[in-house]
Every structure is written in structure tokens, then in C-alpha cells.
Design a protein around this ligand. Structure first.
Ligand SMILES: *Cc1c(COP(=O)(O)O)cnc(C)c1O
Length: 502
């Protein structure tokens, strides 16, 4: 199976090349040229597999230039019970709200307590193998722009991985205290962390610019290095996310929540559109999904896009209690648009160029129709997020984080608007302990907030009785290693000097 760029269909690469390179030279994103088709028998066989077995099947169908042994190694090293606190790294939790069942897919049992671990625990293994196949002997420099969770998950995945270096940029005021502490205390010989003065989009634009500046790439090449990406524009980030939708379907069937063959809805708290796109790709493979419910916070650019067909990032940017979704440019939407316009690279390029120059584009009526047929877009603000956390905790004792609460709230709006009773999987993307302050304010509104992040963690633990994940508890006494802050414009220079090649 080969991959081509969304902005130049003639740019065709192998899976290993797509993963090693991260982004296409023309600035487009790599997409599979076709999707493996899972018929009833294939899906039925997966019912009997555990998560690793399901992952191996999906990986082998997309990474046709990897051997079965290589895929085995990657999967076995990534999804260990030790790292994910149990044999199933993506377990279902069944709760209820307003008397209605909520099927929650908990994706935050990994080492950094957010769903990014699902992809970033395996990406370093995929990447080092891809580099060996395509450009043996070179060191990969992983540049990451993060709204909080990707950075830590990438650092944890890549720390001390041979032949890699990783540099993470985050918006100085755009991440939670716990996220900042997680990143600034990161161990490992090959890691660098730096804050930028700006928001996530500034960080992401800065990283994209570095990737696509030939002079910088040339300078790396002279030093036997090359850039790669751990952001969700990398195919090696998206592919692992397809697996948990298939796995959730199987678990729901095995748990008697869904009849085999019946459709489910998915509800995804969305920022960069990677997670929800993976569910769409799973559906392309034959997984029975009815509706893709795209949940946003006050940065509701995707809600407006789904409802109008106009993508317009020229609007106020809000810093919310769900910071990992504080995004105005959802990079992975490009992959969906490419698919919906019939794999038309010229049209995709036109829209993406309009986005870059004017911050805005409008899709065709045909694409609009397909989007409203398959997707539902909704959003909620911080007050509604808080109210949702509170209600869910009061009604069923289930504690969720702010991002998951946005999904739950938008799901309620969807059911209200449509009356659709198709069983839905709500994707839960972070541990509530990553956002203790906002969660505490929801479940213990009358309590005086303690001053420090870790005292809030303790208090949330007392209020909820839910155990604090070990990786977060262990951070309390760690000293910060990183404190750099730079202007967004100075990112290229920062990278070169961090690599010692300026
Ligand atoms: C990254 C992230 C999201 C958004 O996921 P996308 O794939 O970027 O849409 C949502 N919630 C949390 C907790 C995240 O870390």
C-alpha cells in the first residue's frame, strides 16, 4: 500500500517514507491510496483478539513494507500492561447521564494520562524502523508543537530512543500547570522543551515553516540529521488511532452493548481533527459507524465549518478549560477534504492556500452535503463543561476531565436535536487529574481551592475517591529541567542552536 500527498497526487511514497518524512515536501499530508476492506468475517475474527492482536492486524494491512516481525515488535513494546495499567490499553467504561447510557472509551491509561499515548508510545518504534528502511544512518530530529498533551506524550515516547532528538514547543500561557510541569521535568538525554510567546497555532505554524524551509533542512542534512514530525500530521500518529475505534466496536459487541453488524455513533472532543479522522478512516475500512459527532469548545471553528461549509479562522481565540482543543487551524481536516472532494489534489491545494493566505475557504456544495450527512458539529463553553462534569459525577459517580465533558455535552445536544438513539461511543481523552483545578471547581464548587496543583490533585482524590494515576503522583517532587521561553519568530534559530549546528 502506498501513500500520496493531499496537495500533489503525483508525490507517492511507501508507508516507511511517509512516517520518516512526516509531511510531504509540497506541504501536503500523506494519505493512504486505498483503504483495506474489513468484511464481516474479518471483524468477527477481531472480536476474539485482544488489543494487541487487533492492532497487529490493522498495522499489517497499512504498513505493507513492514515485516510481520517488525509489526510484532512495535506493538508488543508499545502497549504493555505495565505502561497502560492493564491488558487493555483502551478500556470501555459504562456510565449514564440523564438516565441514558454513556459508553465511554477511556484512552488515558498510558504514561502521560492523555490519549496521545495511544499513538506516541508506538510512533518511535515505527519511526526508527522507517528510518532504517529509508535513510539508514541519519538521526531524526522530532519537532513538536503542542497544545499540552502531545508534547509530554512525545517526550515520553522518544526519550533516549537511539538516533532521535526531540524538541517541543508549547504556548507559554496555553497549557495547564500540570501539563507544563509534566514537560519541564522531562527526563532523557535527547530532549529539549521550550515555551513560545504565542498560542498553539503560532507554535504549529512555526514548526511547519521550519519543516518546509529548504535552507534549514539542508543544514541538518550536512550534519547527518533530518526532520521528522510527531504531530498528528504524521501518518504514524493517525494509524494507531484507527485501532481503538475497531477495538471499541469489538468490546461493545463482546460486552452486549451492541449487536454485531449494528452501527454505532462516535463522539470525539476535537482539536486538530486527528482523532475524529481516525474514526472516519475506520469507517472507510468497513467499521459500521453512523454519525461522527465533532465536539468543540468555545473555539468553535469546526462547528461553524460543519454547519456552513465555510472554514474561517479569522475570529477571536479563547483560552478555555479544555486547552488541548484551543485550536483554530485543524490540520487534519485537510485529509478529510481530500477524501470528500474525490482525492482531488488541486482543489485541496487551492483551499489550503486560501487558508494560508486569507485564513478562510469555502468547500463545494457536494462536499458540504457529504459533511452534513456524516458529521454533526457542536460546541459548548466552559460553564457548560463544568456543569456536565458536575452532573455526571453527581448522577453516577463518574469523574471525567474537561475535554471529555465537552464531548458528553455535545452528545446531549445531538440527541436532543435528532432523537437518534444509536449507541454512541464517547471518546474520553484525558485523566481528570490532568485538569484538577477545573474538575474540582465542578465537583466541589463550595470548597476553597488549595494553592498548588498537587494539593488540588490530593483534594480531588479526597472528593472523588478515584485513584491518582501513578505517573502524575510521581511528578510532585520532580525538579524542572527546562525554563526557556522564545519568540515564535525565533523558533528556527532556537532549533539550530539546540542541535548545536547554528
Ligand atoms: C489532543 C487532544 C484532543 C484533540 O485531539 P485531536 O486529535 O487534535 O482532535 C482532545 N483532548 C485531549 C485531552 C487532547 O490531548
Amino acid at each position: 500500500m502506498n501513500y500520496n500527498s493531499t496537495q500533489n497526487a503525483a508525490e507517492v511514497v511507501s508507508a516507511a517514507q511517509a512516517i520518516a518524512q512526516g509531511i510531504s515536501k509540497d506541504g501536503g499530508l500523506f494519505v493512504p491510496q486505498s483503504f483495506p476492506q474489513y468484511d464481516e468475517a474479518t471483524l468477527r475474527a477481531l472480536l476474539k483478539e485482544d488489543y494487541k492482536g487487533r492492532a497487529k492486524k490493522v498495522f499489517s494491512d497499512f504498513l505493507t513494507d513492514f515485516t510481520a516481525e517488525e509489526i510484532d515488535e512495535c506493538v508488543e513494546q508499545a502497549y504493555t500492561a505495565a505502561k497502560f495499567g492493564g491488558a487493555n490499553p483502551a478500556p470501555m467504561a459504562y456510565t449514564k447521564l440523564g438516565g441514558k447510557a454513556l459508553n465511554v472509551l477511556e484512552l488515558w491509561h498510558g504514561p502521560t494520562c492523555a490519549f496521545k499515548d495511544m499513538a506516541l508510545q508506538i510512533l518511535p518504534h515505527l519511526l526508527t524502523k522507517s528510518l532504517k528502511k529509508t535513510c539508514d544512518g541519519k538521526d531524526a530530529v522530532i519537532l513538536v508543537a503542542t497544545s499540552g498533551d502531545t508534547g509530554k506524550a512525545a517526550l515520553e515516547g522518544f526519550k533516549d530512543v537511539e538516533h532521535t532528538k526531540i524538541i517541543v514547543f508549547y504556548p507559554v500561557d496555553g497549557v495547564s500547570p500540570m501539563q507544563k510541569h509534566q514537560m519541564n521535568t522531562q527526563e532523557g538525554k535527547n530532549v529539549t522543551v521550550c515555551a513560545i510567546k504565542g498560542n498553539f497555532d503560532d507554535a504549529q505554524t512555526g514548526v511547519k515553516k521550519i519543516f518546509t524551509t529548504p535552507a534549514i533542512s539542508e543544514q541538518l542534512a550536512q550534519n547527518n540529521m533530518l526532520f521528522s514530525s510527531a504531530n498528528s500530521i504524521n501518518w504514524g500518529r493517525l494509524l494507531p488511532q484507527i485501532v481503538y475505534y475497531i477495538s471499541a466496536y469489538c468490546d461493545m459487541v463482546n460486552d452486549g452493548k451492541l449487536a454485531f453488524g449494528d452501527k454505532m455513533n462516535v463522539v470525539v472532543p476535537t482539536g486538530n481533527f486527528g482523532n475524529i479522522l481516525a474514526s472516519y478512516y475506520a469507517a472507510q475500512m468497513g467499521l459500521p459507524i453512523n454519525k461522527f459527532i465533532c465536539a468543540s469548545n468555545a473555539n468553535n471553528v469546526l462547528t461553524d465549518f460543519i454547519n456552513t461549509g465555510v472554514y474561517d479562522k479569522n475570529r477571536q481565540f479563547f483560552t478555555t478549560t479544555s486547552p488541548s482543543m484551543d485550536i483554530l487551524v485543524s490540520s487534519n481536516l485537510e485529509r478529510l477534504l481530500y477524501k470528500l472532494c474525490g482525492n482531488d489534489d488541486a482543489v485541496t491545494r487551492e483551499w489550503m492556500t486560501a487558508l494560508k493566505t486569507g485564513g478562510k475557504y469555502e468547500v463545494t456544495d457536494a462536499v458540504k452535503e457529504e459533511i452534513t450527512d456524516k458529521f454533526f458539529g457542536g460546541f459548548c463553553d466552559d460553564a457548560q463543561t463544568k456543569d456536565t462534569i458536575s452532573r455526571l459525577f453527581k448522577e453516577d459517580g463518574y469523574l471525567c476531565d474537561t475535554h471529555t465533558a465537552v464531548a458528553v455535552n455535545v452528545y446531549e445536544q445531538y440527541v436532543e436535536a435528532t432523537g437518534d438513539t444509536t449507541p454512541a461511543v464517547i471518546v474520553s481523552t484525558a485523566s481528570p487529574y490532568k485538569f484538577s483545578k477545573a474538575v474540582l471547581q465542578a465537583v466541589a464548587p463550595d470548597a476553597a481551592l488549595p494553592e498548588t496543583e498537587f494539593d488540588m490533585v490530593d483534594m480531588l482524590n479526597q472528593v472523588s475517591g478515584m485513584p491518582v494515576p501513578a505517573p502524575l503522583a510521581g511528578l510532585r517532587d520532580k525538579q524542572a529541567r527546562f525554563s526557556d521561553v522564545t519568540e515564535a519568530d525565533a523558533m528556527p534559530q532556537y532549533v539550530l542552536s539546540a542541535l548545536g549546528i547554528d
